[in-house]
Design a binder for this molecule. Structure first.
Ligand SMILES: NC(=O)C1=CN([C@@H]2O[C@H](COP(=O)(O)OP(=O)(O)OC[C@H]3O[C@@H](n4cnc5c(N)ncnc54)[C@H](O)[C@@H]3O)[C@@H](O)[C@H]2O)C=CC1
Ligand SMILES: NCC(=O)COP(=O)(O)O
Length: 356
């Protein structure tokens, strides 16, 4: 193999550096201090060189010197230099930081769609800062989908247990909407789209052709036969029956009472039950139904990945953590897991494409 061919095979990842007032630059620089993480990737930081250098200098002074990579050791795609907050106010997300983080992600997506990168790892942005900057996207996921021109996409969380190596996978059927809108947003069509996507992703990205999937109910005790809510009786149970015919290769269990649905994955994660009782993936009907258990088990290492995109996108499971920004105490493990998963999923796609 020539050197050029070797270089071509490395996964080309863009890391969008997120809201400059948050912990994004810190978790990125701490994650990249582990060289084994990027042995198989060519990393480009998408953000502001000046801001990354300032963050590096500031964080070194907090005592984190040995655990930080120098941003100048990486390619930097310089964005938003002219709108940089000066001086940076750690922990204050506002219209300026929202404008910058939006521009950073836009650039990373545009360059990926143009073929410069194979995938994007995104550091957190603040949705309120995007709104203050006049951008009305519920989150990064929707901007990724819109720019990629797709309507089928999903927010999936993936984490590998350090205790048992069991892999937790959870897809959210609805995401960033107020709780009172959830029952209205949940329709058979929406759930069909999400379930189809999940089954495709399990097959294509995780190599599971005949998955066991748990689908949550909406109401306490899955409605208790209509006594505690009627969605299960009126349409969720008939919909699942239809889905079993549509996906005969999959085992679809549900609607499972939402509280007990998480007992088996909890036991598989912590190693105090049989992993075979757990499912390959969980379909949660709304944000906190999925993310409370995911974060309880795996806040330090779960990864948010957008399924359905023409490229890989991963992100740590946490947000901007403005309350600790600039202190040097942020935990980089979820960012490390996001970079590792982006590499793994991209390699999987590349292998699949090369055998087609
Ligand atoms: N992927 C993304 O871009 C995400 C963005 N967000 C945004 O982040 C902002 C803050 O959201 P919150 O709900 O407060 O969640 P958050 O995850 O930013 O913070 C929750 C708590 O966890 C702590 N924490 C978070 N990450 C940590 C880390 N790596 N190490 C140590 N402690 C950590 C924080 O200090 C805070 O006490 C919001 O504007 C939200 O929209 C939230 C989740 C994901
Ligand atoms: N709670 C998950 C989250 O906020 C991720 O949002 P996104 O910015 O990745 O769309």
């Amino acid at each position: 193999m020539t050197e050029l061919e070797g270089e071509k095979e490395r996964v080309r990842l863009a890391i969008a550096t997120g809201d400059p007032a948050g912990i994004g630059s810190e978790v990125i620089l701490k994650a990249l201090a582990d060289k084994t993480l990027w042995a198989d990737c060519a990393i480009t930081l998408v953000g502001s060189t000046a801001q990354l250098e300032a963050a590096y200098r500031h964080l070194r002074a907090t005592g984190a010197a040995n655990t930080l990579a120098n941003p100048l050791d990486f390619q930097i795609l310089d964005v938003a230099a002219e709108t940089e907050p000066s001086p940076l106010q750690w922990g204050i997300g506002n219209a300026t930081t929202g404008k910058i983080s939006f521009q950073i992600l836009e650039t990373a997506i545009a360059q990926t769609l143009a073929g410069k990168f194979d995938g994007i790892v995104t550091a957190p942005i603040a949705k309120s800062a995007w709104k203050a900057a006049g951008h009305h996207f519920p989150g990064q996921t929707e901007l990724l989908a819109e720019m990629a021109g797709i309507e089928r996409f999903g927010m999936m969380f993936v984490g590998r247990s350090p205790h048992t190596q069991w892999q937790l996978r959870a897809l959210l059927a609805t995401t960033h909407i107020p709780l009172h809108q959830v029952p209205l947003a949940l329709t058979p069509d929406r759930l069909t789209l999400k379930l189809d996507l999940l089954i495709d992703a399990l097959r294509d990205e995780f190599g599971i052709g005949a998955p066991r999937i748990a689908v949550a109910g909406l109401n306490p005790h899955s409605g208790e036969q209509g006594q505690l809510g009627t969605e299960e009786r009126d349409w969720l149970i008939p919909w699942l029956k239809e889905m079993r015919d549509r996906h005969p290769q999959a085992q679809l269990d549900g609607p499972i009472p939402p509280d007990t649905m998480w007992v088996a994955p909890g036991q598989a994660w912590f190693g105090n039950g049989s992993p075979s009782a757990a499912h390959d993936a969980y379909l949660a009907l709304y944000h906190d139904q999925g993310l409370i258990p995911v974060k309880l088990m795996a806040f330090d290492r779960a990864v948010n990945t957008t399924i359905g995109l023409p490229f890989i996108r991963t992100s740590p499971d946490h947000g901007t953590a403005f309350d600790i920004a600039g202190r040097g105490t942020a935990d980089p493990r979820s960012m490390k897991a996001a970079i590792a998963l982006a590499t793994e999923l991209t390699q999987m796609r590349q292998r699949a494409q090369s055998t087609q």
